[in-house]
Design a protein around this ligand. Structure first.
Ligand code: NAI
Ligand code: MG
Length: 350
């Protein structure tokens, strides 16, 4: 069945890297039964400067009819910081209730990890981050702002519904990801005795339906140490919004940095959005030197989540092969340009 993809290539290097992702997806369609239909949306700095529009309500209604959004990056020096990021990226995440942030941490070649003696089989985990609540819900306020008596609060919102749905998703994920079938809850339940008590109870309750999944629990501070020392101990991790923000960036570094980090903002019942983790890199935009591998891997992740598991895996394998042979951009130690890397991935797929 044809899946409909909305392409938002965005700003800076966004269009350059998603172009390579598109090339790879088209090649994949040629050689497999993956069947995609694309429509491009113009959201980003240029469109905003021309029209004053970020993402309109009409556009969101239209996007409802798509199976997924493939996003480059947004952010432009001509626009006040935060305007595009909030008005496009965060707005889409919230409007489509993308309550899961899925962040694979997978080392493709041992040379790229800053950790000594770690091989690809040692660093291979999936982090499932709650994406809508916690400390990021924007609830709080000031009292006596700007005085020496000032009080500032930021409340950590944890709803049963929010915790249950992300936990259930994580169990499902752990169950199908590999034979290990292990799910680690990352929290701070020893100190956050209300908020993370709820997480603990929900983790137990939902886990009762997934008897074949091994339940594991670790405090967030212990996790940061263990991700560095013994990353091989992790399989699937589920965590709240803030801890997820931090440990996914730690994960990105141990697997080789932003050049390879990808992110899925998932609503399993709705429209999900896939993107490289890096930003629009205005400092190198237009030079055909941006590393397109994260955007290509994000395309692979999208294909997997749309149900073509094996085909998405093929993209990942092709990226791994090209890295091993140093067919990459200078930031990964190679000497190809953006286009050439895309072409090379296509030729491996072929
Ligand atoms: P950035 O990720 O765009 O760039 C940081 C550094 O990494 C720069 O030196 C850049 O040249 C390099 N870099 C990034 N991606 C690269 C790639 N694919 N290949 C080679 N080098 C790469 O982060 P920065 O500079 O903090 O932000 C720039 C703009 O991007 C800002 O407007 C920011 O708000 C936005 N941004 C957007 C994101 C998104 O759309 N998801 C995420 C992060 C930042
Ligand atoms: Mg972050």
């Amino acid at each position: 069945m044809t899946k409909k993809i909305a392409l938002i290539s965005g700003d800076g290097i966004g269009p350059e890297v998603t172009k390579q992702g598109m090339k790879v997806l088209e090649k994949l369609e040629e050689i497999s039964d993956v069947d995609l239909e694309f429509e491009e949306f113009p959201f980003g700095a240029e469109h905003y400067l021309d029209t004053g529009e970020l993402v309109t309500d009409e556009a969101k209604e239209e996007l409802e009819n798509f199976d997924a959004i493939y996003l480059g990056a947004v952010g432009d020096p001509r626009v006040k910081p935060g305007v595009l990021e909030h008005g496009i990226l965060l707005d889409l995440r919230f409007s489509f209730d993308q309550y899961i942030n899925l962040r694979p941490v997978k080392l493709l070649d041992s040379r790229f990890s800053p950790l000594k003696d770690k091989e690809p089989q040692d660093i291979d985990m999936m982090i499932v981050r709650e994406n809508t609540e916690g400390l990021y819900a924007g609830v709080g306020g000031f009292l006596k702002e700007g005085t020496k008596d000032e009080v500032a609060t930021q409340e950590m919102i944890n709803t049963y519904k929010g915790v249950e749905r992300v936990t259930r998703y994580a169990y499902e994920y752990a169950q199908k990801r590999n034979d290990e079938k292990k799910l680690t809850l990352c929290d701070k339940s020893n100190v956050l005795t209300y908020a993370h008590d709820l997480w603990q109870r929900v983790f137990e309750e939902v886990g009762a339906n997934y008897k074949d999944v091994t339940m594991d629990h670790m405090l967030v501070d212990a996790i940061t140490m263990k991700m560095v020392r013994n990353p091989e101990d992790f399989d699937t991790i589920v965590t709240c919004n803030m801890f997820g923000d931090i440990i996914t960036d730690l994960g990105a570094e141990i697997q080789g940095g932003m050049g390879l980090a990808v992110s899925g903002n998932i609503n399993p019942e709705g429209v999900s959005m896939f993107e490289p983790v890096h930003g629009s890199a205005p400092d190198i935009a237009g030079e055909n030197i941006a590393n397109p591998l994260a955007a290509i891997l994000a395309a692979g992740m999208m294909v997997k989540e749309l149900g073509w598991e094996e085909e998405g895996e093929k993209i990942e394998t092709a990226v791994q092969r090209s890295l091993q042979n140093d067919y990459s951009t200078p930031d990964m130690g190679g000497n190809l340009n953006t286009d050439e890397v895309g072409d090379h991935i296509c030729s491996i797929l072929e």
